[in-house]
Ligand binder design. Structure first.
Ligand code: SDX
Length: 383
């Protein structure tokens, strides 16, 4: 529009602070990550997903009695209504697991008499329900889409352990359960990432928690965000053999294709979560079979991408790059990678929503209008 000075645009809201939060600090320059002030390295080393979920929701590590009570509440909420199991069974034959997860979580509201109760107590109860049931839903999707019978949850097992039990029908090894739990801790929270932001945008209209996290799930699906993990593994499989890695990556970069699992809006150095998962991968690269092959390709791709784009453009491995081979090792299929990410991120979404509601404000940015003005309607007969 002639004459009017154009305001400064912040495309993708890059670099814009939209709220205060005490939940998570992401230091993109130093490559550090803290949940409620505790470093991700310490939480990965000493904590577990249920305890980290409590920490994110309440802001403090639980005492022994608080943790026992929280675990009991989480385990009591694992059961899924029969109708939800039916939805999963019906949808899993034709939809991507992220669509099935979105439908199932949204449908859960119908079975929660407090779905639209906006009190902090009700929202904390709903958070526990959602964190617990999201794990059961993802496991049920994995089970039912393979044509097997639904397996009921086992309250004696830990959260990740029970997910693998419900997925496979047998108790997992302690190594597999611990690995999945660690991956869930690493994916549990990450400040105002796209899916957490869309969760908050929805809740900021004073919609309910089920609707808010449904927005988060829908947003996480995209390949620029949580969907990158499935695509990164597909790339490793497309490369086939370690000796093909350099040619494949260079050809992708020459054709301006994005290499999934690399780059980040905030980290301009190594993603600390990727560092932790890389250590697991080094062990897996000594194994045999497909996992060894995938791990060796991933480590070669990492080396080349850091040479090509790391130091020059600040494009480094992110949490999604090394995740795939670890999930393959645990027996999780690629189509379930992003649903697994969603089940892990549920405590982060809920914690941010409960915090934002303490000082809620509708989120409504502006867009700079560059269209035409003052146009007169032309009747159909004269067009
Ligand atoms: C997650 O925000 C979070 O915290 C997210 C997350 C969380 O825990 O919630 O950490 C999880 O989503 C991790 C990111 C997963 N996505 C991917 O791995 C997809 C591939 N990566 C990208 O598309 C990209 O790096 C983004 C989307 C993650 C970030 O992109 P930005 O900040 O918008 O940067 P950009 O797209 O403007 O890219 C800047 C330049 C471009 O080149 P030029 O046009 O300047 O020449 O870097 C290039 C891009 O082409 N680039 C890449 C690249 N990522 C950026 N080139 C090749 N491969 C890549 N992966």
């Amino acid at each position: 529009m002639a004459g009017k000075t154009m305001p400064e645009l912040h495309l993708g809201l890059e670099g814009i602070y939209f709220a205060e939060s005490s939940i998570c600090k992401v230091d993109g320059t130093k490559g550090r990550l803290y949940y409620r002030g505790y470093s991700i390295g310490e939480l990965a080393g000493y904590s577990d997903f249920e305890e980290v979920s409590y920490l994110l929701l309440h802001g403090e590590l639980p005492t022994r009695s608080q943790l026992i009570a929280f675990r009991r509440r989480m385990r009591a909420e694992r059961t899924l209504p029969n109708k939800i199991i039916g939805i999963i069974e019906e949808e899993s034959v034709r939809s991507h697991p992220m669509h099935v997860l979105l439908t199932a979580v949204a449908a859960l509201a119908a079975y929660d008499k407090e779905a639209d109760v906006a009190s902090p107590r009700a929202n904390m109860e709903k958070s526990i329900r959602l964190i617990s049931k999201a794990g059961s839903i993802v496991a049920a999707i994995g089970r039912l889409r393979s044509g097997k019978q639904y397996v009921r949850p086992d309250a004696r097992l830990g959260h990740a352990e029970n997910m693998l039990y419900m997925m496979n029908g047998t108790r997992p090894s302690s190594n597999a359960a611990r690995l999945l739990d660690l991956m869930m801790v690493l994916h549990a929270e990450h400040s105002s990432n796209a899916s957490t932001f869309s969760t908050i945008v929805t809740g900021a209209t004073l919609s309910d928690l089920y609707s808010a996290v449904a927005s988060g799930i829908a947003t996480l699906k995209g390949p620029l965000h949580g969907g990158a993990d499935e695509r990164a593994l597909q790339m490793l499989r497309d490369i086939k053999r370690p000796e093909n890695t350099e040619r494949y990556i260079d050809e992708a970069l020459q054709n301006k294709r994005r290499v999934m699992g690399f780059g980040h809006r905030v980290y301009k150095t190594y993603d600390p979560r990727a560092r932790i998962i890389r250590k697991i991968l080094l062990d897996l690269s000594l194994e045999s079979g497909e996992v060894k092959n995938l791990a060796q390709i991933a480590l070669r791709a990492e080396k080349l991408m850091i040479e090509r784009l790391g130091r020059s453009k600040g494009i480094w491995p992110n949490v999604d790059f090394f995740t795939g081979p670890v999930y393959v090792h645990i027996g999780i299929i690629p189509a379930l990678f992003t649903p697994m990410f969603a089940a892990s991120r549920m405590p982060g979404w809920c914690a941010h929503m409960l915090e934002y509601w303490e000082h809620s404000r509708l989120i409504r940015p502006l867009e700079y209008y560059t269209g035409q003005a003052g146009r007169r309607y032309v009747p159909l007969g004269r067009r």
